[in-house]
Design a protein around this ligand. Structure first.
Ligand SMILES: [Zn+2]
Length: 293
C-alpha cells in the first residue's frame, strides 16, 4: 500500500511504502521512551512527533503538533499524564509552522510557560492563528533551561527551514530535537516552499559541529529510527548537489519550466518522497539562482 503523508503549511511531505498489516496496526497516537534515557520521550500524532522530558520537578514539553486536530493538544497532555503526575512547566515551539505548534491551549491551561524564538512570536502576532497560543517568552540566540536535574539548551543558529527554528539539545543525553530542516531517510518535499537554501547549508554545518549522537526529527524516520550526523551530512550533500545542478541551469536561462520538468537526482530515486519532492526542490533552487530570491 502506498501512503502519502503530507504536512500542512511547509513541512516535509513524505511518501513511503508501508506494509498493509503494519499500517493498520499503527495507532494515531503513540508515546515512546527514548532508549538509554531516564525521562526523554517521543510523542507521535500521525506523521508528526515531538519530544518531552520528564524530570523530578516537572515536564518540559515541545510542539503540540495538533494542526487540524482540535483534541490533539489535550490528547498530548493526557499522554504525558500517563507517564507522570508532575506539572508541565514548559511548552517550547520548534519553529513557527502551524502543523507543529498549533494546539497549545491545553498546555497553557495546565500552567505551562510557552517559549518560542522571537521571529516566531513576531510572525504569530501578524497571523493571529486561532489555534496557536501566543508565547509567554520570546528568546534570541540562546537560552538554557534547567529543571529537576535536566539541562535543555535552546539555540538559534540562523536561517534554515524557517527563520525561527530552535535547536533543542540535551547535553547529558547527547540528543537533539530538530524539526523539518534535516529529514531523516527521506527526500525533501513541501517544506522547501519557504526554505532558505544557502543559509540551511550553513545551519546544517553548525548542527554537525555540535556535540550530539541522536536526533529526534519532527517527522518519524523509516521504522521510527532516530537521526544521526550521517543523516545530517547526507541532507547537506543532497542540497549542495541540487543547488549546483540548478545553478548551472538557472544561469543558462532554463528556469522555471524546463528545470521543473527535467530535473532529476537519480541517485536519490529510492528515497521516500523522491517523486513528489523533486519539483519542490527544483522550484526553490530556480527561485534562488534564476530569480535571486
Ligand atoms: Zn516546518
Amino acid at each position: 500500500m502506498r501512503v502519502i503523508l503530507a504536512c500542512a503549511a511547509a513541512a516535509v511531505a513524505v511518501t513511503f511504502a508501508v506494509p498493509a498489516a503494519a499500517q493498520a496496526q499503527r495507532p494515531q497516537i503513540a508515546t515512546t521512551k527514548v532508549d538509554g534515557t531516564e525521562g526523554v520521550y517521543i510523542y507521535r500524532n500521525g506523521n508528526h512527533q515531538s519530544m518531552f522530558i520528564v524530570t523530578k520537578d516537572g515536564v518540559i514539553a515541545t510542539d503540540p503538533i495538533a494542526y487540524g486536530r482540535p483534541t490533539g493538544g489535550q490528547q498530548y497532555v493526557d499522554e504525558i499524564k500517563k507517564v507522570t503526575d508532575k506539572p508541565i512547566k514548559y511548552l517550547i515551539y520548534s519553529h513557527v509552522h502551524f502543523d507543529h505548534i498549533a494546539g497549545g491551549k491545553a498546555f497553557k491551561d495546565a500552567g505551562a510557560r510557552v517559549i518560542a524564538h522571537k521571529n516566531a512570536t513576531a510572525r504569530l502576532k501578524v497571523l493571529k492563528d486561532p489555534h496557536t497560543v501566543m508565547p509567554d517568552e520570546s528568546i534570541g540566540d540562546k537560552k538554557t533551561i534547567k529543571l529537576g536535574g535536566t539541562t535543555l539548551e535552546l539555540s538559534y543558529l540562523g536561517l534554515n527551514h524557517s527563520d525561527s527554528t530552535l535547536v533543542m539539545r540535551l547535553p547529558k543525553e547527547k540528543i537533539v530535537f530538530i524539526v523539518d530542516t534535516i529529514p531523516v531517510g527521506a527526500f525533501p518535499g513541501r517544506g522547501f516552499i519557504d526554505i532558505y537554501p544557502l543559509e540551511t547549508e550553513e545551519f546544517i554545518k553548525k548542527v554537525i559541529a555540535m556535540d550530539w549522537d541522536r536526533m529526534i526529527p519532527g517527522h518519524p524516520g523509516p521504522g521510527d529510527r532516530l537521526g544521526t550526523k550521517d543523516d545530517a551530512k547526507a541532507v547537506l550533500t543532497l542540497m549542495q548537489e541540487a543547488s549546483a545542478a540548478i545553478k548551472t541551469d538557472a544561469q543558462a536561462g532554463k528556469c522555471w519550466d524546463a528545470v521543473e520538468k527535467d530535473f532529476k537526482m537519480e541517485k536519490y530515486a529510492t528515497l521516500p518522497g523522491y517523486a513528489n519532492g523533486l519539483p519542490m526542490v527544483a522550484r526553490r533552487y530556480c527561485a534562488l539562482w534564476g530569480r535571486g530570491a
